[in-house]
Every structure is written in structure tokens, then in C-alpha cells.
Design a protein around this ligand. Sequence first.
Ligand SMILES: [Fe+2]
Ligand SMILES: [Fe+2]
Length: 157
Amino acid sequence: MDAIVLLKDDHKTVEKLFKEFEGAGERAYKKKRDLVDQIIEELTVHAHIEEQIFYPAAREGVPATSDHILESVEEHHVVVWMLSELVELDPQDERFDAKVTVLIENVRHHVKEEEEEWFPEVREAMGRKRLQELGEEMEKARPAAPRNPLALSSARS
Ligand SMILES: [Fe+2]
Ligand SMILES: [Fe+2]
């Protein structure tokens, strides 16, 4: 599978979970806990394969994207810390919904920048064959990816 198609599919999966969260009732604590656990796992695995495989390859293949990629890593940094807080936070805590709302805003902004500002540049410069190799590599890396957000390289520094 093409690397960019794979990453966009992940974005869609996460957006679906966001919408479900937004539609969940105020007191649907169990449902919201369950959705947030899924969001944490999806985003952690996704960020891992981007950071370990896609971002370095894009930076090497398309040096003009470097600034975008550095900014993307900083955005991951903020998001993974929010995820790590949500691992422990009780859905009945008054800060829970607010934290998830800000997480969703951050991720939507980040995804929009990836999809609109620099993925197209990478697609154009890299070509289908290279993107397919990267897609395969990312697919293979998924099962062993960490599920703990603080294990991501962007969690550090
Ligand atoms: Fe990303
Ligand atoms: Fe992404």
C-alpha cells in the first residue's frame, strides 16, 4: 500500500473516533473511556510509524520539507504528552472532556497541515514505487509499535 494512502486512512480512523467522542453523552463515562483508549492506541502507533519511517524518509528524499517535518515533530510532542495524561485521567474528572477537546483540536490542525501542506510535495517528489516500499515498511512496523505514548521518540526533549 502507498505510504500516504496508509497514513490518510489512519487519519480517517482517528477522525471517526473523534466524532464518536463528540457525539457521546456527557455522562457516558464508560463509552468515553473506551473511545479515548482507542484514540491513544491509534495515535501512538500512527505517530510511531511516521516518526520512525515516514518522516525521516521524506526529509531525506525531499529536503524542502524539513521545516514542515520539524514542526510536525513538535506537534507530536505536545500530543503525546496529552495522550499520556489521558491514560490516567478519570473520565469523571472535570478536566477530562476539556483535555480531549484540546487534543482533538491539535490533531485536526496537525492532520490538515500534513495532508494539505506537505504530503502532496512528498508524493510529487518521491514517486509511486518509493511510496509503496515505505507503505509496506510501515505496515510491517505496526505490530511491534509501542502502545505507550511516552515511548515515542517525540516524547523526549
Ligand atoms: Fe503526524
Ligand atoms: Fe499523520
